[in-house]
Design a protein around this ligand. Structure first.
Ligand code: CMX
Length: 437
């Protein structure tokens, strides 16, 4: 398999690069931590390492060095649409190399072979009360796959550290192969009946479109590919990626770890903001009976802020410009359905809300993030159960966090364990007195 051979050849070189840095520069100071950062959610503290992606505050995400538009342009395009194969993106994330079409299709094929979902997962999902949030169902299903973990089995058989990455890769491929089917099953249980999977004939995006039974399957398949690709990775410090990384650093496997990562994604300040974002746009539409005037929208925005709420889809902990993941979705919507009233509202919001946030003077970044418009695109294709949107985010995010997971095991990254202090200790440091732990 191209992927396996590529990783096997690369891993020793990266191990040596990491070991050399530590060997020769163990005491080099990379960053310092301010009081405001300790109390401010550790924003900006440079203390993690990943080669999968990097978020530049002024530019946005680069996936293995590629901007979002480059990623879309350079990856091999699916035979069934105009967007790249998701399998090609996974090859890029795992290896750092742009795949050939054959290499991208090999991942698609590998996913198809591994896509069977054990029947007890479906039974469990059917038994969960139907009004349960889809993210609860999704996270439980991922955890329930754990008995199939190759990493768990090999670890308890007595595997050498050198070999951790191999069953980690097996598990990563298994999990990413099964997620679309699980997500679609949840969607069908809650909202509507789709079709049987057909991965022998349909790629990752098209198969998902078929499984959830959207009407415009060709159009939605392209959106699904785009959606999974742009949601895949956003450095290691975001809550879903970091949770997965932390949990798997105990050498629990990716099923335990990503189930936890999904629980982080389910928060409204993180992945659930796509659901909240659409909710807010629909609130605007319903209040004004369509696209409001600029003044009406300004007032509506102030009402939300004055009620002590955030404007979902705006602001970011790292970014300081409009999120390129927002821009690429906006471009997609303008190209494919510019007359959709919700897209028109989203465009007007993009025009009006940043100025209001600047006027309010709190948000460090008044610009839209990925969640400001993603719901409106899903809604266009008839995905109206919008508590499902974070599940879609979760299918995409798995690609990035599992790639990180494979590399974390390949590089034998240790158990993560930052140090905490007490308030008196910090007060003591401030007063420059004798401080003891
Ligand atoms: N609307 C209103 N107020 C906002 C805001 C927004 N969209 N974004 C930030 N602020 C406020 C913060 O709530 C904070 O207020 P307090 O001082 O009262 O606590 C202040 O501005 C400073 O926040 P910040 O440093 O700019 O932002 P943070 O790094 O703390 O938080 C984020 C980042 C994304 C949680 C925040 O911008 C937010 O809540 N946005 C809305 C929710 C959202 O879109 N989340 C999705 C992010 C992308 C993702 O992970 O999926």
């Amino acid at each position: 398999m191209f992927l396996y051979d590529n990783l096997k050849a690369q891993i020793p070189l990266w191990r040596e690069r990491a070991a050399k840095l530590v060997r020769e520069h163990a005491d080099m100071v990379i960053d310092t931590v301010k009081m405001s950062q300790i109390y401010g959610g550790m924003r900006g503290v440079r203390s993690l390492v990943t080669d999968i992606s990097f978020v530049d505050p002024a530019e946005g995400i680069r996936l293995r060095g590629l901007t979002v538009p480059q990623t879309i342009d350079f990856l091999p395009t699916s035979d069934q649409g105009t967007m790249p194969y998701v399998g090609g993106l996974y090859y890029l994330l795992l290896t750092g190399e742009i795949p050939s079409k054959e290499q991208a299709e090999e991942i698609e094929l590998e996913w198809c072979k591994r896509s069977d979902i054990p029947p007890y997962i479906f039974q469990m999902l059917r038994d969960i009360p139907r009004d349960t949030h889809p993210m609860v169902m999704f996270s439980q299903a991922v955890l329930a796959l754990q008995p199939y973990s190759a990493f768990y089995k090999r670890y308890h058989e007595g595997m050498s550290k050198e070999d951790y990455w191999e069953p980690a890769l097996e598990d990563a491929l298994d999990l990413t192969a099964k997620l679309p089917g699980i997500a679609a099953y949840i969607y069908n249980l809650k909202y509507k009946e789709g079709q049987e999977p057909d991965c022998a004939n349909l790629d990752y995006g098209a198969n998902f479109a078929a499984m959830i039974g959207v009407e415009d399957q060709i159009g939605y398949a392209d959106l699904a590919r785009l959606y999974f690709i742009i949601h895949s990775d956003h450095e290691l410090g975001n809550a879903s990626a970091h949770t997965t990384h932390l949990v798997s650093s105990t050498l629990s496997d990716i099923f335990y770890a990503y189930s936890a990562g999904l629980n982080a994604l389910a928060g409204p300040l993180h992945g659930l903001a796509n659901q909240k974002g659409l909710d807010w746009l629909l609130g605007v539409r319903d209040k004004f009976g369509g696209v409001p005037t600029r003044n009406q929208l300004r007032e509506y925005t102030w009402e939300t802020l004055n009620a002590g709420q955030v404007i979902p889809g705006y602001g970011h902990a790292v970014l300081r410009v409009p999120d390129p993941r927002f821009m690429v979705q906006l471009r997609y919507a303008r190209e494919h359905f510019p007359e959709d009233p919700l897209i028109k509202i989203a465009e007007l919001v993009f025009d009006v809300v940043p100025d209001v946030l600047i006027e309010q003077g709190k948000a460090k970044n008044p610009a839209p993030n990925v969640d400001a418009i993603s719901g409106a695109l899903q809604y266009h294709y008839g995905i109206e159960g919008f508590d499902f949107y974070t599940v879609l985010f979760g299918v995409g995010r798995a690609l990035g966090v599992t790639a990180n997971y494979v590399w974390a095991r390949a590089l034998n990254q240790p158990l993560e364990r930052p140090k905490s202090l007490t308030t008196p200790m910090l007060e003591c440091l401030v007063n420059d007195t004798d401080c003891k732990e």
